[in-house]
Design a protein around this ligand. Structure first.
Ligand SMILES: [Zn+2]
Ligand SMILES: [Zn+2]
Length: 420
């Protein structure tokens, strides 16, 4: 008997974690946090000895709580591609720094991160490896560099955990593997189970139009995005459309891009990234920031939901400039300054409460699959059981799948352990 216990991301995004108990091994799939909350929220604890952690990708909602195992002297091998380890380390250290600034104490420290990093065993896509009895193969999830979908063959059952995935390719990513072995239990994200993304070309053209209009008015086009994966994607779009103005990158994306550039096998077209990077300048210090906002140009910066990072400084300087613009490149979670800005037209955080005179626009450069691709993937895989996680509408989606004849469920906190 194989047992699945869900420890987070139940009918929500954040704290992704599933414990697979094969009777011989206890394997943890992701162990993330919900960072939009202060202090961050952690998964329902996984206690007792564990044999392995499989990390689908570096985003903190999947990786953020992993150092806790070390802090609690319950560390074990963590399996992922090397780029996932590097990006996770960057994000873990940043989360410690941000928490310290906010006066929040995390249940792990820098030393735990250092020791966790030493526990990684590097694995790669399509290279099966064996624990005691379970054979694991990582498939490409197409979400961000290094993102993978672990496929577990326990001898009794096969399980696919999608993590976050996107089937359609983007400028940066190839798109997820879809030719997969037979899956008995599918654990799928369902972030966009209820909606489609707008056509990507329309979003690219709109971004380029806003940037060109802003530059024509001698303004600064400020574009916010997530540090890992998103800023690279936006940079590739701007390069593709030949934006010929100074282009700057600021915030944690600088380090993330440097790391991604060292693992070019994890992106679609390494040459296009090299070419785009030739035109980019990294913002080095405050002096440079003050200089570059005085002339027309494009600044790509973190954080994606305006909750921190250099983007906040830029907004503080440019909010009342009608010839400047701010593009939010993705979904804005409830309670973030980005969401408040879209709803009220005001930028509000602990230090500022101002009416935005800059032109503000949200575009959709999501790295999650939309509803049609999600349904298409489920139909193609036709699994015995489906577990819908990582989405506000996971429960409705599981009902819909049931009506289509699938055995589907959206785990919730008081019904979260299943034998498969
Ligand atoms: Zn993700
Ligand atoms: Zn996620």
């Amino acid at each position: 008997m194989v047992q699945l216990s869900f420890h987070g991301a139940m009918a929500s995004v954040g704290c992704s974690s599933v414990l697979v108990d094969t009777g011989v091994e206890r394997i943890v799939l992701d162990y993330g946090t919900k960072i939009q909350e202060t202090p961050p929220i952690f998964p329902i604890p996984v206690t007792g000895k564990i044999d392995a952690i499989l990390l689908s990708h570096s985003h903190l909602d999947h990786s953020g709580a992993i150092p806790i195992f070390h802090a609690q002297k319950n560390g074990c091998r963590i399996y992922s591609p090397m780029i996932t380890r590097k990006l996770s380390e960057l994000l873990w250290l940043d989360s410690i720094k941000i928490s310290a600034e906010e006066g929040v104490e995390l249940p792990f420290n820098k030393k735990d991160v250092e020791e966790t990093v030493r526990n990684f065993s590097y694995t790669d896509f399509h290279r099966p490896f064996k624990l005691k009895k379970t054979t694991i193969t990582l498939f490409d999830a197409g979400h961000i560099p290094g993102s993978n979908m672990p496929f577990l063959d326990t001898k009794e059952k096969t399980i696919l955990y999608t993590g976050d995935y996107k089937i359609e390719g983007s400028r940066l990513m190839k798109g997820a593997d879809t030719n997969l072995p037979k899956v008995d239990a599918l654990i799928t994200e369902s972030t966009y189970c209820d909606r489609e993304h707008p056509d990507r070309t329309s979003q690219e053209k709109e971004l380029v139009r806003i940037v060109n209009d802003t530059l024509a008015n001698d303004g600064v086009a400020l574009i916010s995005g997530f540090a890992v994966g998103r800023i690279d994607e936006l940079m590739l779009v701007l390069d593709k459309y030949g934006i010929n103005y100074p282009l700057y990158i600021d915030g944690m994306a600088k380090k993330a891009i440097t790391m991604i550039n060292q693992h070019k096998d994890k992106i679609k077209d390494p040459k296009s990234l090299d070419k785009a990077l030739e035109k980019v300048e990294y913002v080095k210090d405050q002096r440079m920031r003050k200089r570059i906002i005085k002339e027309p140009g494009v600044i790509l910066s973190t954080s994606g939901m305006l909750s921190g990072g250099p983007i906040v400084w830029y907004i503080g300087k440019l909010f009342d400039k009608q010839n400047c613009s701010l593009v939010l490149s993705g979904f804005q979670t409830e309670g973030t300054p980005g969401k408040t800005l879209l709803e009220t037209g005001r930028f509000i955080n602990e230090d500022m409460n101002v009416e935005m005179k800059m032109h503000v626009r949200r575009l959709d450069f999501s790295s999650h699959l939309g509803r049609k691709d999600l349904l298409g993937f489920i139909n193609k895989m036709n699994p015995e059981k489906i577990f819908c996680v990582h989405g506000e509408h996971a429960e409705e989606f599981s009902q819909e799948l049931k009506e289509k004849g699938f055995n589907a469920i959206a785990p919730v906190a008081n019904d979260r352990i299943f034998n498969i």
